[in-house]
Ligand binder design. Structure first.
Ligand code: ZN
Length: 511
């Protein structure tokens, strides 16, 4: 058969099976990956490729299931100062083509490592994080052939509290539950398939993604979907058009450049390449939040033209998307872009600092911070001349110029501690600052008489507890409390709890 006829036959077959599946099948096609099979496969791969494949979880679901994630990298069991990329599938439970694409991608990386130089470079240069199924609860419902399984998109939140899944009433749309443009989005009826949920980040699945992104600061985040509306088939959406009056995001040129390269490398069922277009910033979606709050390039890919395929088509579609993703990964390896490390001039320790490329800046996006472990930043750019300003409370800001042609330009900063900027670091009547840069880092707590014993905890600005500074601290006297030695410089919150009384203050740790 000529190829074009073959292709036509494949399309017709696909459409035919699609119709028959929704009409009569009792569960998804067996060629799709089930959560339990993914876990088994991960165990096999980890045994076979322990140096480059490492199992983790990104978090737990609403029903307390682990959400599996893997890191593919050299020394995969350890975090290294390499650019990170995050790919996840099945945020919507009935859109499993991204899961197949991720499993194909992982397999190609493992099999090709040390055989194909391009694959080896991807593994060695980057930390690649893959979450094949984000909405594991919805997935388990769909893949057990539960009620309305082919259309179940949301989580399994029991909106009516009757203890069983009701379609379409139960569940929250994980792509409408982000704290972005929340009030303006009025999908408040639980029976909507795009129900935003009772409050922002009510669903632990996306809290897990949010926290991972804030901590790891990936260069690119990819969210794989499949379209319910057929007009958006085979599309990559890049971030974004700010309808609040800001126009295109400050990274529009590079966002589109990356999307165009990636779309051009990804083939659809007709043998044509994918298309790309900007997304609007109007919805409480992951893409809008990630780019808006962190400046990280966040993409949505709508795989194929509908959610469910059968037989060999399942694998063919996933494999095409997996191959196309190589272009995106290689763009992150090759640049162009600006990267570097921010350290304290006093201690050489990394700093969580804001890094502004002044030619690619808007107050509606960011702040763009370095990751906490190594103080690294990576910013894809187009070729051109740029000025970069780095700032962190407690240090003097610095600006440097750089010209980017091909590849990555390295631009490191060693910031000088600014003693006068430290000021009264802790703003609370019980807490008195006495910490100074360089030597002993401590704060002083003056406990008024008559209170119960106090506990003092330290939190980062995202609300993660990074240490307990003291507990059982007696009232009516002062306490000298050491700050943890192995945390990065930056702004932290100190919380003192004494019985039902509580005070919170800020502390700037300068290293
Ligand atoms: Zn979707």
């Amino acid at each position: 058969m000529p190829t074009s006829v073959n292709r036509l036959f494949a399309i017709l077959l696909g459409v035919f099976l699609f119709s028959s599946i929704t009409a009569s099948a009792t569960e998804p096609d067996p060629n799709y990956w089930r959560l339990a099979d993914i876990q088994d496969q991960f165990d096999i791969w980890e045994a076979e490729y322990p140096d480059i494949f490492h199992q983790m979880i990104i978090g737990t679901s609403g029903l307390r299931e682990d959400i599996p994630m893997v890191r593919i990298s050299d020394n995969a069991a350890f975090s290294e100062a390499e650019p990170r990329m995050l790919f996840h599938g099945a945020l919507h439970a009935n859109e499993p083509n991204g899961t197949t694409a991720i499993m194909k991608t992982i397999e190609a990386l493992l099999v090709g490592y040390n055989h194909d130089p391009a694959v080896t470079a991807r593994v060695d240069s980057l930390e690649l994080f893959y979450v094949p199924i984000l909405n594991v609860d919805g997935h388990n419902h769909v893949f057990s052939g539960g009620v309305s399984w082919a259309d179940w998109r949301k989580t399994m939140r029991d909106n009516n509290g009757n203890g069983e899944p009701d379609f379409p009433y139960d569940g929250v749309d994980l792509n409408r539950n982000w704290d972005w443009n929340w009030d303006a989005y009025d999908e408040e009826d639980p029976s909507s398939l795009k129900y935003k949920g009772p409050y922002p980040f009510s669903e632990p699945e996306i809290m897990a993604v949010r926290d991972f992104i804030l901590e790891q600061r990936p260069v690119v985040v990819v969210d794989y979907h499949s379209p319910v509306t057929i007009s958006w088939r085979n599309y990559i959406f890049w971030p974004w058009m700010d309808t609040g009056g800001g126009g295109m995001g400050p990274d529009a040129a590079v966002s589109e450049d990356v999307a165009e390269l990636w779309a051009g490398a990804t083939l659809n069922e007709d043998g044509n390449h994918y298309n790309e277009i900007y997304a609007y910033s109007t919805l409480p979606k992951e893409q809008c939040w990630v780019y808006g709050r962190t400046g990280i390039l966040a993409y949505i890919m709508e795989i194929s033209d509908h959610c469910w395929w059968s037989g060999a088509d399942v694998d063919t579609i996933g494999a095409r998307v997996a191959r196309g993703s190589n272009a995106l990964v290689d763009r992150v390896i090759d640049g162009p872009g600006i990267r570097g490390q921010i350290r304290s001039l006093a201690s050489g320790q990394p700093i969580v600092a804001e890094v502004k490329i002044n030619q690619m800046h808007s107050d509606s996006v960011g702040p763009r911070l370095t990751e906490a472990g190594y103080g690294m930043y990576y910013r894809l750019t187009t070729a051109g001349s740029y000025t970069v300003t780095v700032s962190c409370e407690g240090y003097n800001p610095q600006t440097k110029s750089v010209t980017v042609a091909d590849g990555w330009q390295q631009l490191d900063f060693d910031l000088e501690p600014n003693m006068s900027g430290v000021g009264p670091a802790v703003e609370s009547s019980w807490l008195v600052t006495s910490h100074m840069p360089g030597s002993d880092h401590s704060i002083r707590l003056e406990m008024p008489a008559g209170l119960p014993a106090a506990t003092v905890e330290l939190f980062d600005l995202r609300g993660h507890r990074v240490g307990v500074l003291g507990h059982g601290l007696e009232a009516g006297r002062g306490h000298e409390l050491d700050l943890p030695k192995h945390i990065s410089g930056g702004v932290y919150l100190v919380r003192v709890v004494a019985g039902n009384q509580q005070q919170t203050g800020r502390v700037v740790i300068v290293r």
